[in-house]
Design a protein around this ligand. Structure first.
Ligand SMILES: [Zn+2]
Length: 68
């Protein structure tokens, strides 16, 4: 799983499920980071106050969600 870290909004997206609802495109490119390091992601969430993006999360638990 590859993650997109938004350092402005302090949110973590799953690149596979990220969509327009995530609003990460409003974050400057230099404030975005890609990572596949689960330990790092966990640390950000537990120690740095980051949150998993609800939009990516919802999509990931509902694989049958309809396309637009
Ligand atoms: Zn997202």
């Amino acid at each position: 799983m590859r993650y997109l870290i938004d350092h402005v909004r302090k949110s973590v997206h799953r690149t596979t499920f990220a969509n327009d609802s995530c609003h990460f495109h409003t974050t400057p490119a230099e404030k975005r980071e890609f990572s596949e390091d689960h330990t790092y992601i966990k640390k950000l969430i537990e120690e740095e106050g980051f949150e998993e993006c609800p939009f990516c999360k919802i999509n990931s638990v509902k694989p049958n969600i309809k396309d637009m």
